[in-house]
Ligand binder design. Structure first.
Ligand code: SF4
Length: 481
């Protein structure tokens, strides 16, 4: 059997995927190999996913962003699902999770894998519920059958809700919002109805063997994550985390890469505590967090409430951030929601990288600031995280071409433009020196390839073109998995 990435790394082999990741992250191949060998970073790269451009998730690498897609019982078709994938890649997602629960799941999953340049994750439990008809009728054999099928199809990482145990369930009794993870609520119902331990926990060794064969990466689900601030960091959450630490070690012993999922809803003063505890309990395994939302009061703006927590989590050591859109808790996101959610999370990820002083991370900021101070509007738009939005906002008040050379914008107006006044008052010799200085060379920056391109880091040429989204491009709900 071919080696997994972690097995090869432990044997001292630098795989082609590690070479590619090193190139993308501007790190040495040996640096990458060591982190993968130690389990501190994962390269989700199923052997059967031919279209993949390998990437890495780990706290010493650029912070990554995941977007969720997938159909529901009321939507949609293959073409629409491929378009959702394109939208996610276009707006800069580093990985995508297919949380589909509708029809044609196999056909859609296979098409996603065939076309996706970024790793694809799934939650096999959802398909098991569909096949079984109800949570309590799921069998262990069915779970293994579905996991093996999805592994053969080329899924790069799977959320496995094996950490919620029967003894954890009473710990949720006093919670304000109970169990908010979809997978967690399904497993809790199964255990209550069948009077047995979590079936995914029971067959965890068999799952490891399947994952090792196809090199699927674990994303250990946090079924007991808090669904509100009042439940954050409670006994239930941390009891499950201890089990996730145990499962992390079992996975690694089988030669399987492991990352661990985290909350959810956490007040600002407890965000770092969550990351530090996970890193200790799970022996440095990459932490993949949903937000967290730092306040519960702002439905309609939860991309903001959660991006605040996500930035703090990134700085504290989270390796990947699962985006939240403005529609969180309210409904199915449309394309503009996806755009806003991904922008918020790419800002959070980049802010975390700057805060952690990752090599070259701030070069992007410096390049944009230089363009701004020099009134090089076109360069400023090109460098913006979302160039189309920056350009269109400028054009709303000053659309004519000559304003792209102007030494002011409509915010302060020509007379009160502080940057123009500042330049006019500065010593002319100094200005010449500034103008003569070399611009920050973003293309050769260590950060350029991993987080700069506003429309993602991947070739999406083999994906279908984006449609006219006048009526929106609904993606599957981002929330609880
Ligand atoms: S007018 Fe104000 S906002 Fe616009 S470029 Fe000048 S200082 Fe900046």
């Amino acid at each position: 059997m071919a080696q997994t990435q972690i097995q090869a790394a432990r044997d001292g082999t630098v795989t082609p995927a590690m070479e590619r990741v090193a190139e993308r992250e501007n790190r040495g191949p040996e640096f990458v190999r060591e982190r993968v060998a130690a389990g501190q970073a994962v390269i989700p790269a199923n052997r059967h996913h031919d279209a993949l451009d390998p990437m890495i998730i780990g706290r010493e690498f650029a912070t990554k962003v995941n977007a969720n897609i997938g159909n529901s019982e009321t939507t949609s078709d293959l073409e629409t699902e491929l378009e959702k994938l394109h939208t996610a890649v276009h707006y800069g997602a580093d990985t995508v999770m297919d949380l589909g629960t509708g029809s044609d799941l196999d056909e859609i999953r296979e098409a996603h894998i065939e076309h996706s340049p970024i790793p694809l994750g799934t939650v096999p439990l959802y398909e098991a519920v569909k096949r079984a008809g109800s949570p309590e009728d799921i069998t262990k054999d069915l779970l293994l059958e579905i996991i093996e099928k999805q592994a053969r199809q080329g899924v790069d990482y799977m959320t496995i809700h094996a950490g919620i145990l029967a003894e954890h369930l009473p710990l949720t009794d006093g919670r304000k919002t109970g169990i908010v993870s979809r997978g967690g609520s399904i497993m809790a119902k199964w255990m209550e109805e069948n009077g047995e331990q979590n079936p995914l926990y029971q067959v965890f060794d068999e799952i490891c063997e399947i994952f090792a064969e196809h090199d699927v990466t674990f994303s250990l689900g946090d079924s007991l994550r808090p669904g509100c601030l009042a439940d954050a960091c409670d006994e239930a959450q941390y009891a499950e985390l201890d089990t996730l630490g145990e499962l992390t070690r079992i996975g690694r012993d089988h030669g399987v890469q492991v990352m661990v999922e985290g909350p959810g809803h956490v007040p600002m003063h407890k965000v770092a505590e969550n990351i530090e505890r996970q890193q200790e309990v799970c022996d440095g395994a990459p932490f993949y967090v949903l937000g967290p939302l730092v306040t519960d009061i702002a439905p309609g703006y939860d991309h903001i409430t959660s991006a605040i927590g996500a930035a703090m989590a990134a700085q504290a050591g989270a390796a990947m951030l699962c985006y939240v859109t403005p529609k969180e808790h309210l409904g199915l996101p449309e394309e503009e929601d996806v755009r806003d959610g991904l922008a918020a999370y790419r800002i959070a990820a980049h802010a975390g990288d700057v805060g952690n002083e990752r090599p070259g991370a701030r070069d992007w900021d410096d390049a944009l600031s230089e363009a701004r101070y020099e009134f090089d509007w076109r360069e400023q738009f090109d460098l913006a995280l979302d160039p189309d939005r920056a350009r269109s906002f400028h054009d709303q008040t000053l659309p004519e071409d000559n304003y792209k050379e102007a030494r002011f914008c409509s915010m302060c107006g020509a007379e009160f433009c502080s940057m123009r006044i500042d330049q006019d008052t500065r010593d002319i010799g100094e200005m010449e020196a500034i103008e003569g200085e070399e611009r920050t060379d973003l293309e050769s920056s260590p950060a350029a390839d991993v987080n700069r391109p506003p429309v993602g880091t991947h070739q999406s040429g083999n994906l279908p073109p984006m449609a006219d989204h006048e009526h929106g491009d609904p993606l599957e709900e981002t929330g609880d998995d």
